[in-house]
Design a protein around this ligand. Structure first.
Ligand code: UDP
Ligand code: MG
Length: 313
């Protein structure tokens, strides 16, 4: 196994959206846990916070780190903030983590140790303890099952955006220009030597979760549609199956018409089949629409985030 040299720089990427009450504690806990043999850049990506997060970041006085930040013009979302962090990362490796202390900084030395031993990606798996809400556990479980069966990815339950990536993996991510980012899936898909650490998430230190139901839904949809075209196959198969049933049913209707005088009873079945077909057509159109919409957004090729203010070396 290859050994890594000492005294290198490690970037710590922290997407931050309205986390003013967490920043100081996070910086303190990082100060106590990080091995001193490296240089550290703390890179905050302020995702359009409307509270005093950016001011808190500017106020940090800490000799152990060099502080950098990007501040977006509005809220672009966690995944895009993470991508922006990777885009400006120049360190020998980059560690991404949440600002709310659910990702314990004390785990970082172990990640670094694995990196020193030659792993290019060290990811983390969340052990579902009581600090994760029941609702989050259920929805996450459902999502990973669906995503894996549709995309052929083997994403593990509880995969989190708390991970270390070597410079060469970061370079790969810099070259990805898609708008619909699902970084967890991409990490799983790029190859390289990987290992993982399990951890018990802590309670959010301050504030509320920024992942609303709508954001979780969009995140799940991006995950599925950016890795798989299986839903489109599913739409085709469903269409064929329904058409087949319709043909059989119409044969039956014709038979009834010619052989009995009960044809008027068809009222109910007509109504039911119209409703059913209408519903299925809309579903299929919706699936198609998701992909067409994504193509539309990608072809415009607009930048995926807008920076209002920054301090980057
Ligand atoms: N976050 C962000 N932009 C958003 C939502 C969240 O940058 O639109 C950040 C947030 O500040 C935190 C991390 O992403 O550092 C994870 O968010 P959160 O803790 O709210 O999610 P949860 O842990 O509840 O899934
Ligand atoms: Mg959190």
């Amino acid at each position: 196994m290859k050994k890594r040299n000492k005294s290198k720089t490690i970037d710590i990427l922290i997407p931050t959206y309205n986390e003013q009450g967490n920043i100081n504690t996070l910086v303190d806990r990082l100060t106590f846990s990080l091995p001193t043999k490296y240089n550290y850049n703390l890179i905050f990506i302020d995702d359009g916070s409307s509270d005093g997060s950016l001011d808190e970041i500017k106020k940090i006085k800490n000799k152990s780190f060099s502080i950098q930040y990007l501040s977006f013009s509005k809220n672009f979302g966690h995944q895009i903030a993470l991508k922006a962090g990777l885009d400006i990362s120049n360190g020998d490796c980059a560690i991404s983590m949440d600002a709310d202390l659910q990702h314990p900084p004390e785990l970082i030395p172990e990640m670094i140790l694995k990196w020193e031993k030659g792993d290019d990606i060290v990811y983390t798996k969340r052990l579902d303890n009581s600090n994760v809400s029941f609702f989050k556990k259920i929805t996450a479980n459902l999502f990973y099952r669906l995503l894996n069966s549709l995309s052929g990815l083997a994403l593990e339950q509880g995969a989190a955006d708390f991970r270390l990536m070597d410079k060469k993996v970061v370079e790969v991510f810099k070259s990805f220009n898609e708008r619909n980012l699902f970084i967890r899936g991409m990490v799983n898909d790029v190859g390289f030597q990987k290992s993982y650490i399990e951890y018990e998430p802590e309670k959010r230190f301050w504030g509320k979760s920024k992942y609303s139901l709508k954001k979780m839904y969009m995140f799940a949809l991006d995950g599925i549609t950016s890795f798989s075209i299986k839903p489109l196959h599913f739409a085709t198969i469903l269409g064929i199956f329904i058409s087949f049933c319709a043909i059989i049913y119409s044969l039956y209707a014709v038979l009834i018409f010619f052989t009995t005088d009960l044809a008027i009873t068809g009222w109910t079945s007509i109504l039911v089949s119209i409703l059913l077909l209408g519903g299925i057509q809309l579903t299929v159109l919706g699936i198609l629409g998701e992909y067409v919409g994504k193509m539309f957004l990608e072809t415009k090729n607009r930048p995926s985030y807008i920076i209002k203010e920054s301090k980057v070396k």
